[in-house]
Write a protein that binds this ligand. Structure first.
Ligand code: ATP
Length: 237
């Protein structure tokens, strides 16, 4: 689904990603864990086309996307839910969702209505809040809206940047439950998380990033059992 080879990227002269290689297979949940500043957000942003790679390549469904403009990538089926729940505060929940479904325009009203219904089924709270301004939602509801808006375009790969940040444990559970459900529906998820324990708890595989390099990779089970991972990211000695 996604192949990243020897990716180098950053901000001007600062190279944050130093020869990153990784892949995500169809139907997997893959998590990227690592300390603050390791380059996790930079990696997702580069795949999404918002930062240009200095070298290396990115393929999505066997198509090179390294040099594609960011606005072309969602239509291929690759979307990102950025950190910090960037919903359109002055618009209603439903207007936010409709905006997320703009790539369905060509298919007509029916496709849009079906997707709306599907998102309301995944996130019942959003149905209750459909007419409410997005800016008045709680943090957890805004995170759900950001996810639902990204899902409106029926992506095959959804990349999520720290969806659990700042949320109460029960809400985090709810969000992770939806991520697992997405995999059951055949979607592929690339999940960046500070909450390594929760992320590895649902993921199939994981990568550990440190200062722009992959220092460890493996099945989620192996990473959970790994002493170094436990010490550095799971708060266990
Ligand atoms: P966090 O969990 O804090 O988001 P991260 O692993 O996602 O961490 P990045 O946000 O990718 O890390 O940041 C990696 C490095 O790039 C950091 O040293 C950061 O200061 C730098 N950086 C991030 N965004 C920019 C920017 N817009 N301009 C310049 N440097 C940046």
């Amino acid at each position: 689904m996604l192949k990243i080879r020897n990716l180098v990227a950053g901000y001007g002269k600062l190279k944050v990603l130093k020869q990153i290689s990784m892949h995500v297979k169809a139907g997997e949940i893959v998590t990227i864990i690592g300390a603050n500043g390791a380059g996790k957000t930079t990696l997702l942003t580069t795949v999404a086309g918002l930062i240009r790679a200095a070298s290396g390549d990115i393929e999505f469904r066997d198509q090179p996307i390294t040099s594609l403009p960011a606005q072309k990538i969602p239509a291929l089926g690759c979307v990102m839910v950025p950190e910090g729940r960037q919903v359109f505060a002055p618009l209603s929940v439903e207007e936010n969702l409709i905006l997320g479904g703009h790539v369905l325009r060509r298919e007509g009203r029916q496709a849009l209505t079906e997707q709306l219904a599907h998102q309301y089924e995944l996130f019942p709270i959003l149905k209750q809040r459909r007419s409410q301004y997005a800016g008045t939602l709680s943090g957890g509801e805004q995170q759900m809206l950001a996810m639902a808006r990204a899902l409106m375009s029926r992506p095959s790969l959804i990349m999520m940047d720290e969806p659990s940040t700042g949320l109460a444990p029960l809400i985090v559970q709810e969000i992770f439950r939806v991520i697992v459900r997405l995999r059951e529906e055949g979607k592929t998820v690339l999940l960046v998380e500070q909450n390594a324990k929760a992320a590895l708890g649902i993921a199939d595989r994981g990568y550990v990033l440190e200062t722009g390099k992959v220092i460890l990779q493996g099945s989620a089970q192996d990473l959970l059992a790994n002493r170094d991972v436990q010490r550095a990211y799971l708060g266990r000695e």
